[in-house]
Ligand binder design. Structure first.
Ligand code: NAP
Length: 368
């Protein structure tokens, strides 16, 4: 619903009158044209938030109401340490996040940052320069990793940063087993070792400052890293004590895709948040090699999004909702398809809405 403020000129007197109209986003421009054709002048259009989030009552709020920008969330530090003069962090901890029977290797690695000026906010990344040289005898280039900790670090003292790293592993064309240089370096590193760290970088995945925001998170595998930081900021008791200005009151909905149950990451923490905050946290899993999608294929995150598409779209119509996507780029087309169908039910066009959400800083994507 919009309040459209219109001025009429009658008998040389300009009168202001308020009109309330229910119009769909797609019919908004036609309605405005009719008003103008009648000789009236449109002074202002104010989108109203819907009372019930009904998906069948589309709102121009999707595109017209700027949400508080995540980027406004205080000072966002960038490039405090550059590759030519990186910070030397000390490994504090390095442990596996996987349970027995999991596929591959995924570790949680924490670095001590004390003695420097490396600080960051949730959703940023840091660069790691692995020791050693490349095939040409040159020092390795840096690799970026999403930060998995909050600005306060896992020990809440503000002097550490944590990563969630999967060891890259694949067979090359000759059939040889290849392991990623930096991911192996990190997964094998021992506490006490010094590591070259750059950054922080990134403003794409910052959380909005407003406590009432709704946050939909779509992660595959280690793409969970920024989401783990968001969820700690929202629900971890120690974190809440550190953030008197941020008491999360919105809805957080995590969609997580992994190959097998033992590959679920930070599962104990997320289960605890579910029991402590049933009104604020929802958690939906796609376990690709254990569950089937309706076509009999592997259950991927986009299949879960399709199942809940109407609910997700209704949330997106609320101008306080932000969507975060991190992980495999392959999830994107299926998510767009699900949103296209949900938007069409209320006569809206997702191909127009998505760029508008992006522009409003409500659609955040970091996929590889
Ligand atoms: P993974 O454990 O190998 O896979 C995660 C899940 O995604 C598995 O269930 C996998 O299913 C599924 N999957 C495979 N293809 C998919 C597709 N087209 N659409 C949706 N789901 C699909 O994940 P990972 O190795 O941790 O890797 C996650 C990816 O995220 C990596 O490419 C990593 O570089 C990237 N990443 C990006 C960022 C960032 O952009 N900031 C941060 C962290 C990670 P099956 O294997 O059973 O088919």
């Amino acid at each position: 619903m919009f309040t459209i403020e219109v001025s009429h000129a009658s008998g040389g007197i300009v009168r202001r009158s308020l009109k309330q109209m229910l119009v769909t986003y797609s019919s908004l421009s036609a309605t405005l044209q009719l008003i103008r054709n009648s000789g009236a002048r449109v002074l202002r259009i104010t989108p109203h938030q819907q009372a019930n989030n009904s998906p069948s009552t589309p709102s121009a709020a999707v595109t017209e109401t700027p949400s508080p920008k995540a980027k406004d969330h205080g000072q966002v530090p960038v490039n405090l340490y550059k590759p030519k003069d990186p910070f030397l962090g000390t490994v504090l901890d390095n442990y596996s996040l996987l349970a027995d029977g999991a596929i591959g290797r995924v570790n949680h690695i924490t670095f001590d940052l004390s003695g420097g000026n490396l600080h960051y906010v949730e959703g940023q990344s840091i660069g790691i320069i692995p020791d050693g040289e490349d095939a040409n005898g040159k020092p390795h280039k840096l690799r970026l990793y999403s930060i998995a900790s909050t600005r306060h670090g896992d020990n809440l003292e503000g002097s550490t940063v944590s990563l969630c790293v999967r060891q890259l592993e694949y067979k090359n064309e000759a059939g040889e087993q290849i392991y990623g240089v930096c991911s192996s370096f990190l997964c094998d590193i021992e506490p006490g070792a010094k590591v070259k760290i750059t950054g922080p970088v990134g403003k794409e995945m910052l959380l909005p400052p407003d406590e009432d925001a709704n946050v939909i998170m779509l992660a595959t595998g280690t793409g969970i890293a920024p989401m783990r930081a968001y969820l700690r900021r929202m629900f971890e008791p120690g974190e809440q004590g550190k953030n008197p200005e941020y008491k999360f009151k919105g809805k957080a909905w995590l969609f997580m895709g992994v190959p097998k149950t033992p590959n679920l990451l930070y599962e104990d923490d997320f289960s605890r948040y579910l029991s402590n905050y049933p009104e604020n946290f929802r958690y939906t899993k796609a376990i690709s090699r254990e569950q089937e999608n309706p076509s009999g294929g592997r259950m991927y995150i986009q299949d879960r999004v399709t199942e809940h598409a109407d609910e997700i779209f209704a949330l997106i119509e609320d101008p306080k909702t932000h969507v975060y996507m991190c992980g495999l780029r392959g999830m994107e087309p299926g998510i767009d398809e699900a949103m296209t169908a949900a938007a069409a039910k209320s006569g809206q066009d997702w191909s127009t809405l998505r760029p508008a959400l992006k522009k409003a800083d409500r659609w955040h994507v970091e996929t590889y």
